[in-house]
Design a protein around this ligand. Structure first.
Ligand code: SF4
Length: 293
């Protein structure tokens, strides 16, 4: 039976984007096509290999027994344990059935719908969740729908097209009958040059437009400076030219409170000036971005 490698399954509040504040189960898959080594680091810094903070953590890796023991990184990818092979032993591998059982053990009444009009959302995140496991998702989603799942979000970097079978499944389940389009969300966080990723591989307007054909889709850019926002404007132009019609969010860079708090007011102002939306990071505000939040 095929298994999915994943870093963590946890129950928390969605911290970012359209559904901020909504109780959600997060399923964080392992593996990413990017590294985002430069988040929070000087733009002109030349980096060879890993992010320097990750290099330090790898040097001391034997002192950590489990994923939750790993330190938070202030720069680079905040999900570093989900992307570097050096951390693969901190990840788990389970069948779809086992993963779904673990999700159901976390939520109130072991059900997604709460019988009161409220419901718990499922967020499939990463790493990059639209890499190799896509074809296992229809089964995973179906098992959850049997227990009342209504709202599903993919948090993606927007570089990976949907597999044709997965596209067809999502279209059939959420879109074709016009009922549930807004219950399937693609929260797309394209990587700007401040991440260290190349524009050509990070900005994929046609791919994002194809998500929009099956579910509610928005762009969420992580920014710290006016140059980052100028890059976001250039990217938005490319997405709009491809026909993308969804909203745009700006979210402050910073995965620890002292860095994040430096940026919030400035980013809010920059978003307002453009008629764009602002996304908080509630997991930083409430839980200082601890694992499992
Ligand atoms: S795309 Fe996301 S998960 Fe992948 S390296 Fe960048 S920040 Fe990390």
């Amino acid at each position: 039976m095929e298994k999915i490698t994943y870093t963590e399954i946890f129950y928390s509040l969605q911290g970012e984007g359209k559904w901020a504040g909504v109780p959600s189960v997060f399923f964080r898959t392992y593996g990413c096509n990017f590294r985002c080594r430069k988040f929070g680091r000087p733009r002109d810094e030349q980096l060879e290999g890993h992010n320097p903070e990750v290099i330090e953590i790898i040097k001391n890796i034997d002192q950590y027994n489990k994923f939750e023991d790993l330190p938070l990184a202030r720069t680079g990818c905040d999900s570093y344990a989900s992307i570097y092979p050096e951390f693969k032993r901190f990840n788990e591998q389970d069948s779809v059935e086992t993963i779904v059982d673990k999700m159901h053990d976390l939520i109130p009444n072991n059900r997604w719908d709460q019988g009161t009009g409220d419901d718990v959302h499922l967020v499939i995140t990463g790493g990059e969740p639209l890499l190799g496991y896509q074809q296992l998702y229809p089964d995973l989603i179906e098992y959850c729908r049997q227990r009342g799942l209504r709202n599903l979000t993919f948090e993606t970097n927007g570089s990976q097209p949907l597999h044709p079978e997965v596209y067809e499944y999502l279209f059939e389940e959420f879109t074709r009958h016009g009922r549930d389009y807004d219950k399937l969300t693609f929260s797309v966080s394209p990587k700007l040059p401040c991440s260290g990723e190349a524009w050509e591989s990070a900005i994929n307007p046609k791919t994002v437009k194809s998500y929009e054909m099956v579910g509610y889709t928005y762009l969420k850019f992580v920014v710290a400076t006016a140059q980052d926002v100028a890059d976001a404007e250039r990217a938005v132009e490319e997405y709009r030219e491809a026909g993308f019609g969804g909203p745009v969010y700006l979210m402050p860079m910073g995965v620890v409170p002292d860095v994040y708090n430096l940026n919030t007011q400035q980013v809010a102002q920059l978003a307002m000036e453009r008629g764009w939306r602002y996304s908080p990071r509630l997991q930083v505000d409430i839980w200082r971005n601890a694992w499992g939040t």
